[in-house]
Design a protein around this ligand. Structure first.
Ligand SMILES: [Zn+2]
Length: 368
């Protein structure tokens, strides 16, 4: 048999098997296969609900975790974030001392701007191990204690709305129960937890995986490992950083398929370098560098330390990497995270969408 004939028979077989499969599965599981003619589709204007970002460490030169943070700095960042279509977001503070956290949280909550939907506290109750800990300073990683959280929540005047915790941190389960009872959402992240520990955290009330696939050692047992355990846990939604550096396209595509569109959320994990040229910036007061390729890491280190991503760009990247339409991806950055937090989306984003380049360009943000 000629090679061409063999290839034709094989591809016909695969196509038949695929249509038989897609006929049986729920619509939410089926992704739009790239259609012929997609490349020729013209740029169009779209109107979308305002975007919601659950994880923003800083923006436009401003580091929310810098104790020298000012109200003017917060407002400068808010204005720049809004220009990317984000009308609600959670300023995020990574692992730090109670004192440093309190200084920054007080400054953030003093700014009465509706775009600030609360604070995401990422750490300090996370894995102390290299790799899993990511860019979080080891010296401030600590056991999970309700009293320590209460002090931080008091400093934030009750505005901490999401906490990322490692289930294996001593005291984590008791803290998760306390958080959930007091209306705070709980995410799993920066964790080396076993499957049993993840299940226990979910039973205690954890509902999200923070930046699934990152905050992990670079070498893991093939299975089981914390990524598979969270991917297979249907009670957990997952957030993803789609800047092209945190997750390779095939990894993102596989993870989004595993979680389904209904349980997938896009976050930027943006830090001060977002919206800025390459150079040196800070993340939680530590020096990091944005490379010309758009990668953020401590100088000379391999671990990523936040991103310089914008949520409008993340939407385009996700459509490109997963073979999804704009209509399928946009809710992952607006209604889904809003529903997760229990808030409505705010305002409308008028944008142009070029499907041939997967480019979403925000033209106007209104009514936020
Ligand atoms: Zn992180």
């Amino acid at each position: 048999m000629a090679d061409e004939t063999r290839r034709a028979i094989l591809s016909a077989g695969v196509a038949t098997a695929f249509s038989a499969f897609t006929a049986r599965v729920p619509r939410a599981w089926v992704f739009s296969a790239p259609r012929e003619g997609d490349m020729a589709e013209a740029t169009r204007t779209v109107e979308l609900p305002g975007f919601v970002d659950l994880q923003v460490n800083g923006f436009a030169g401003v580091d929310f975790g810098d104790r020298a943070l000012t109200s003017e700095g917060v407002l400068h960042a808010v204005a720049a974030i809004e220009r990317t279509g984000v009308t609600r977001f959670l300023p995020t503070l990574i692992t730090s001392s109670l004192e440093a956290f309190s200084v920054c949280a007080k400054t953030i909550v003093r700014v009465a701007n509706p775009a600030i939907a609360g604070i995401h506290m990422e750490g300090p109750y996370i894995s102390p191990e290299d790799g899993f800990r990511g860019a979080h300073p080891r010296s401030f990683v600590r056991a999970a204690e309700v009293d320590d959280f209460r002090r931080r929540q008091d400093a934030a005047r009750g505005r901490i709305r999401l906490v990322t915790v490692a289930p294996e941190a001593p005291g984590a389960l008791r803290l998760i129960e306390h958080l959930v009872t007091s209306g705070v959402r709980v995410a799993i992240g920066h964790t080396a937890a076993t499957g049993v520990q993840i299940t226990e955290a979910v039973k205690a009330g954890a509902t999200l995986s923070t930046h699934l696939g990152n905050g992990c050692a670079s070498v893991l047992p093939r299975h089981p490992n914390p990524i598979w355990e969270q991917m297979g846990e249907d009670r957990l939604l997952a957030s993803f950083i789609v800047d092209g550096h945190h997750l390779p396209p095939a990894t993102l595509k596989s993870m989004v398929r595993a979680k389904t569109l209904a349980r997938s959320i896009l976050v930027t994990d943006a830090m001060a370098a977002a919206g800025m040229p390459p150079g040196r910036y800070t993340l939680g007061g530590q020096e990091v560098e944005l490379s010309a390729a758009g990668r953020v890491a401590a100088p000379g280190a391999s671990n990523l330390a936040g991103s310089a991503l914008r949520l409008d760009v993340a939407i385009g990247n996700t459509a490109r990497f997963c073979g999804l339409s704009l209509e399928e991806v946009a809710p992952m950055a607006s209604t889904r995270p809003a529903e997760y937090l229990g808030i409505p989306t705010a305002g409308r984003v008028l944008a142009s969408w070029d499907p041939s380049r997967f480019a979403l360009r925000v033209l106007r943000v209104s009514g936020s």
